[in-house]
Design a protein around this ligand. Structure first.
Ligand SMILES: C[S@@+](CC[C@H](N)C(=O)[O-])C[C@H]1O[C@@H](n2cnc3c(N)ncnc32)[C@H](O)[C@@H]1O
Length: 243
């Protein structure tokens, strides 16, 4: 069940538009990675923790049918408003509630910058749940921020924002640089960042590889991307639908 009240700093409800704009301004490296790494075509894809749908639309261009789920109603409202597609269903639910008997299996299970919000004791089960949703021969692509410090305080994040402002001013115009700085230091965003708990790169590889043996890992800026292919069966190219 959706279980984050809007006033809970972990929730994205109170800064959905700020996040969406920040992601639009800074998300190019990740979008470029996904454009080259995503399968060209498939039947069904899942975006687990889709936020405002910025990657869901990439899936919509390649898959016949896309299910995009998120806990936050304001994030989903923006996704439906700006990134509606005829082959996408946006659904408000916890990614841990998805299961093959109801939702079927997917040729691609994508999750970006979401799984660090799942508390550590439950992460293993969440990863297993996502793995079970991958159709035989299908792919999981799980991308998340890693940080050896484990957590980043508000002041560390402010310092990051200031360093980033300096380099953004040098690289581009002041308008974009100041907008990114404003988003990074937005009070609700700072409160949220202080609740984030990240895996170190080593712990990410170890925990994810335990559930996805043989997975490949790619570094993308502050994130690690896991790519894993489920063992194929005779019917591996056919996606499985709910019974
Ligand atoms: C940092 S945003 C990333 C959104 C999107 N994937 C992107 O890359 O722009 C994390 C999202 O995960 C959602 N989220 C956190 N925990 C979740 C859960 N257990 N189930 C579904 N969504 C979750 C939040 O509401 C938020 O929209």
């Amino acid at each position: 069940m959706p279980s984050q009240p809007a006033e809970d700093p972990r929730s994205f409800d109170s800064f959905a538009a700020v996040y969406d704009r920040f992601a639009a301004l800074t998300g190019d490296p990740l979008r470029a990675y996904l454009r080259t790494a995503l399968p060209d075509h498939g039947s069904r894809a899942l975006d687990a923790g889709c936020g405002t749908g910025r990657h869901t639309v990439l899936l919509a261009d390649r898959f016949d049918e896309v299910l995009a789920v998120d806990l936050s109603k304001p994030m989903l409202d923006l996704a439906r408003q700006h990134r509606a597609r005829p082959n996408v269903t946006y659904d408000r639910c916890d990614l841990g509630e998805l299961y093959p008997g109801r939702d079927g299996r997917f040729d691609l299970v994508l999750s970006v910058h979401t799984l660090h919000h799942v508390p550590q004791p439950e992460l293993h089960q969440a990863l297993r749940g996502l793995r079970d949703l991958v159709a035989p021969g299908g792919f999981a692509m799980l991308i998340d921020i890693v940080d050896s410090r484990g957590r980043v305080t508000r002041w560390q994040h402010r310092a990051y924002a200031a360093r980033r402002l300096a380099s953004d001013l040098l690289r581009g115009g002041p308008g974009r640089a100041l907008e990114i700085y404003g988003a990074c230091t937005h009070p609700a965003w700072l409160a949220h960042v202080a609740t984030d708990r990240f895996l170190s790169p080593g712990a990410f590889r170890a925990q994810y590889a335990e559930v996805f043996p043989g997975a490949a890992f790619t570094r993308i800026d502050r994130a690690l991307a896991l790519t894993w292919q489920a063992p194929p069966t005779a019917a591996s190219r056919k996606s499985q639908r709910p019974a």
